[in-house]
Ligand binder design. Structure first.
Ligand SMILES: Nc1ncnc2c1ncn2[C@@H]1O[C@H](COP(=O)(O)OP(=O)(O)OP(=O)(O)O)[C@@H](O)[C@H]1O
Length: 255
């Protein structure tokens, strides 16, 4: 029986480019234990999006196996085991905050009425009380991302995929959102996989930072982040934090 977190075993995926084959992922194995937070970082083209697409059941590997919450990725997505938040928030502009958060319920044909309390709780959790009826166009970038995070949690997913959710935000807002995400994730108990380009974001949020390398896409190093939780904002300036950031930077340079 596959474990309840995220498990990739010997996963390979290549694409035919113009006359050449691109090995987007080459024999990648990664186990994210249930309830853990893993950050995935690496140069452009190292296969991060490919890995995410495989885990979401949007693509299939040439070799190897992927399990999400103990299920095949498509089954996990269809049964609401999987939650996902993307970089550009991807909200429906004509739907209110509340209606955007409820979108996965509509897609999975679950009753809105029986989730009223969940939605109200999520709105509170991400600090958007009073904005339930607002349209995305009336919100700031940070607020839109918080709607996307709330939406990703509405089915109480066991596994949460976050694809550069704060990539478009400025540094100050990003740090605030990182603190909020940590709190939200800790309350949810979900297994989280975050794709990011931010070393500080990865170290602040993750239990482990997986550093990937490209051509072919593979795991270079896995760096444990033993900082106690909950992590407070002042940790960003601590010597231990800087040491871990330096470790990740070094691994990104291929050492
Ligand atoms: N559908 C596709 N067709 C052809 N090549 C593809 C396809 N999808 C991905 N690739 C190639 O596979 C490699 C990995 O791409 P991927 O998008 O997974 O990288 P990434 O790490 O997410 O990059 P970035 O950080 O820039 O988003 C790249 O060389 C890319 O060109």
């Amino acid at each position: 029986m596959p474990a309840a977190g995220i498990a990739l075993t010997g996963v390979s995926r290549s694409f035919q480019g113009r006359g050449a084959t691109v090995q987007a992922l080459d024999n990648v194995s990664l186990d994210c234990p249930e309830g853990s937070f893993t950050a995935l970082i690496g140069p452009s083209g190292c296969g991060k999006s490919t890995m995410l697409r495989l885990a979401l059941g949007l693509d299939t590997p040439d070799a190897g196996h992927v399990y999400v919450g103990g299920k095949a990725p498509q089954d996990a997505a269809k049964s609401g085991v999987t939650g996902v938040a993307f970089q550009d928030a991807a909200l429906m502009p004509w739907r209110s905050v509340e209606d955007n958060i409820m979108l996965p319920l509509d897609v999975l044909k679950r009753s809105r009425a029986s989730h009223r309390e969940t939605v109200a709780e999520l709105v509170r959790l991400v600090g958007l009380a009073g904005f339930e009826k607002a349209l995305p166009g009336e919100l700031s970038g940070g607020m839109r991302q918080r709607v996307a995070i709330a939406r990703s949690l509405v089915t109480h997913p066991q596994v949460l995929f976050l694809d550069e959710p704060f990539g478009a935000l400025d540094q100050i807002l990003r740090r605030q959102m990182n603190i909020e995400l940590q709190r939200t994730w800790m309350e949810s108990g979900a297994t989280a996989l975050l794709v990011t380009h931010g070393i500080d974001e990865a170290v602040f949020l993750a239990d482990r930072v997986v550093v990937m390398q490209s051509r072919p896409g593979r795991i270079g190093r896995i760096i444990d982040i033993p900082l106690p939780r909950p992590r407070h904002p002042d940790i960003f300036t601590s010597p231990e934090f800087h040491r871990l950031e330096a470790d990740v930077a070094e691994a990104l340079d291929g050492h």
